[in-house]
Design a protein around this ligand. Sequence first.
Ligand SMILES: [Zn+2]
Length: 216
Amino acid sequence: MTCPICNSTETEKEISGILNYYKCGICDVSFNTRKEKQIYNPKITLMQKLIWNIPYSYYNSERLDFIKQLEKGKVLDIGSGNGKFLYMLKLKGWETQGVEPIKNYAEFASKSLGIKTFNEFFEDFETDEKFDLITLLFTIDHTNDPLCVFEKIHSMLKSGGHLFIASPFAVYHEQHNFIFTEKTFDFLLEKFSFVKIKSEINYKPVRNLFILAQNK
Ligand SMILES: [Zn+2]
């Protein structure tokens, strides 16, 4: 099986069955052989909507803390969900936009939080704007073509703009097409001309990796 990230054939079957993952010996990614994007499509309850209206969120505040050194500007959140992270960035003075394929989430973000949200997949999203910051939080694992996503991010960032990635550790899940490690992200960042600025392990809401990189 050829690795869809680095094109190596040094891959080994890692898990068989419904999940059917392979592991790449070169870039360290785990991948399955499905071709579709995977999205959560939850029913959204009134209680969730009420909770989402509260600006504070215990894991979003750690994410904010990780990028507090950045100068405020235009931010795009890919897979922006209910819009809450963008809402918190907006309160800090950022100019915010989101792209979210799930209609219920996108509508909540637009109507209840006032966050400009495009209801589509990032792969289909088109804009002439360039961003100071693009955030990719628990999103890249669900895509079917991370190379396309990284290339598009690179093209939409200003020169010197930043990319903030948060990615869960080793979550083999029917909705995760890929499982990344820091080594895989290092490969992708180098391939698309990013410089890694810092990384750290975070535990909210699950064990996950934070990476901040800059567009060269
Ligand atoms: Zn690989």
